[in-house]
Design a protein around this ligand. Structure first.
Ligand code: NAP
Length: 275
């Protein structure tokens, strides 16, 4: 069979970049998308096929899918939905607009892109859709409400889609990483600076602590893994005959998944308040 085409979002850095490189090396025909022209050029300079795709922009999503299909003769083996950001901030400090923006990128864009490729996969009778969720797709942490809500919503939409695609030959998997080395924290810091004013918040003191964590270089929590750990699980979701519904990455994800089942909510909350 020819190299299998896969479209990946959010390849300018972190997990997306690593998975794009890793799958290209493995023989996939990777379309590594990014939302900024300079990142597209950078990816192209590395020898990857790259194109613009901004998940917050419907026209950009439509144009990107058209372009990929033009190059593949209308085929697409897989979509790895990955591009996202974390909007820090206490729930009571999030405006409707800021929450909306978080969902535009982290959820609505992923849904719209998925809906654009599903007719192609249905015509083929096969396909793989892989959504990069998070340990925060099933447990919550303070000051990460917008991001956590977007990942919980993603989990709900993905679980539903998996049931609806039963028997279609199209498989949907969630990847659930814990802490992974990437540009996630610097990007979250930028979103925090854009949208949260600590001076007017009752949480002012907590924000100052959070700023220190966001600005710290290198891992801030134990068990942080490099993005290659995610690549491994993406390969399994792509190549298993019967891919799993969920692939956990990092010890904290396995741990919290177990604790969520074992502990009472009150006990789990006490633990989460100390993370
Ligand atoms: N790092 C972790 O600890 C961790 C843990 C669990 C889950 N995840 C998930 O892993 C995925 C990748 O994150 P990462 O850790 O690799 O962080 P990252 O280095 O910040 O990468 C995020 C990517 O998403 C892109 N992106 C942001 N907004 C976008 C938009 N509107 N349209 C298209 N792309 C957009 C970013 O592009 P720009 O450079 O243009 O902003 C970047 O390429 C995310 O879904 C995240 O939720 C990460």
């Amino acid at each position: 069979m020819d190299a299998k085409p896969i479209l990946i979002t959010g390849c300018s850095s972190g997990i997306g970049r690593c998975v794009a490189r890793g799958l290209a090396a493995r023989g996939y025909r990777v379309f590594a998308s990014a939302r900024r022209q300079e990142d597209v050029e950078d990816l192209q300079a590395e020898g990857l096929s790259s194109l613009l795709l901004d998940l917050a922009d419907s026209d950009s999503i439509a144009a990107a899918v058209d372009e990929v299909l033009k190059h593949t003769g209308g085929q697409l083996y897989a979509l790895f939905n990955n591009g996202a950001y974390g909007q820090p901030g206490a729930v009571e400090d999030l405006s409707r607009e800021v929450l909306r923006q978080q969902f535009e990128t982290n959820l609505f864009g992923w849904h719209e892109l998925t809906n654009r490729v599903l007719p192609v996969m249905r015509r083929q009778g096969y396909g793989r859709i892989i959504h990069n969720s998070s340990v925060l797709g099933f447990v919550a942490l303070p000051f990460r409400g917008a991001y956590t809500a977007s990942k919980y919503a993603l989990e709900g939409l993905t679980d539903t889609l998996r049931l609806e695609l039963h028997g279609s030959g199209i498989h949907v998997s969630l990847i659930e990483p814990g802490p992974i080395e990437s540009r996630f924290r610097p990007n979250a810091y930028a979103a925090y600076k854009r949208h949260i004013d600590p001076q007017t918040s009752v949480h002012r003191e907590r924000y100052l602590k959070m700023e220190q964590r966001l600005l710290k270089e290198g891992p801030v929590v134990p068990f942080t893994l490099p993005p290659e750990a995610v690549l491994k699980k993406v390969v399994r979701a792509l190549e298993s005959r019967r891919p799993g519904a969920r692939y956990y990455v990092t010890f904290p994800t396995y741990l919290f998944s177990a604790l969520k089942r074992l502990l009472t909510q009150a006990a789990l909350d006490r633990l989460l308040l100390r993370v």
